[in-house]
Design a protein around this ligand. Structure first.
Ligand code: DX5
Ligand code: ZN
Length: 226
């Protein structure tokens, strides 16, 4: 089954609460919280995302899908565990060595939270294979992390396919999430490639009706006539 995680990064100022209520009513499967620290990526959304996530936690039962684009992962795990996320995803590239990756996986689990690892477009997918049996999700970035509204990098389709083949061949139970430039035009190919959680920000927030766009993004491959 395909699920939709709505990125609230580009929510319009002053429209936050209205938007969050509408997304809850439209039954987004997750709220995707993009945490940026101004170091791992240029932008800094740290405090805003703490505020948004705490607010959403109060108005919705939908799970929070926290995407950490930060250098200091441990501090961010401490800060964001307060809003009881369903899953916290960190970047492989933010870890200095393998030991830090293992420690981070363990630390997030100790906080009763699922664990995801994300890879940037230039990172080889093979680099993540050894961790897959120990985590819940692999997030394949389909744009350079850092901002919303970018264009899907078409070479990422093959990366998702390679990952999907690997997990199937090795019978690993894990979600594959894609993030960046996902819309009605790009959704069919990522689903076909094997992604089962689609992050979408701009495509959903700019749509007239959140329920319609979420259903369309989810719908079985081949059902959309665009
Ligand atoms: C990019 C973020 C994404 C992004 C998605 O660094 O991780 O979650 O906001 O936004 P769209 O759907 O606009 O590409
Ligand atoms: Zn994201």
């Amino acid at each position: 089954m395909v699920e939709i995680s709505t990125s609230i990064l580009s929510v319009k100022k002053g429209k936050e609460s209205k938007t969050f209520f509408a997304l809850e009513a439209a039954k987004t499967d997750y709220f995707h919280i993009d945490v940026m620290d101004g170091k791992f990526v240029e932008k800094d959304t740290y405090q805003t995302m703490i505020e948004y996530a705490s607010y959403i936690r109060r108005i919705s039962n939908a799970p929070l899908d926290v995407h950490l684009m930060v250098q200091d992962i441990k501090q961010a795990v401490d800060d964001f565990c307060a809003v009881q996320p369903n899953i916290i995803t960190f970047h492989l590239e933010a870890c200095k060595d393998e030991e830090e990756v293992w420690k981070t996986i363990e630390y997030i689990k100790q906080n009763n939270c699922k664990v995801g690892i994300s890879v940037k477009p230039n990172t080889n997918i093979e680099e993540i294979y050894k961790y897959l049996p120990y985590i819940h999700m692999c997030l394949v970035m389909t744009v350079e992390p850092g901002k919303g509204g970018q264009t899907y990098l078409s070479e990422m389709t093959q990366k998702v396919k390679t990952l999907k083949e690997y997990i199937d061949n090795n019978q690993i139970e894990i979600d594959i999430e894609v993030d960046g430039g996902i819309n009605l035009r790009t959704a069919p190919e990522v689903k076909q490639a094997g992604a089962n959680i689609l992050v979408a920000g701009t495509a959903i927030l700019n749509a007239v009706d959140y329920k319609v766009i979420i259903d369309e993004l989810k719908c079985p491959i081949g059902d959309v006539s665009i």
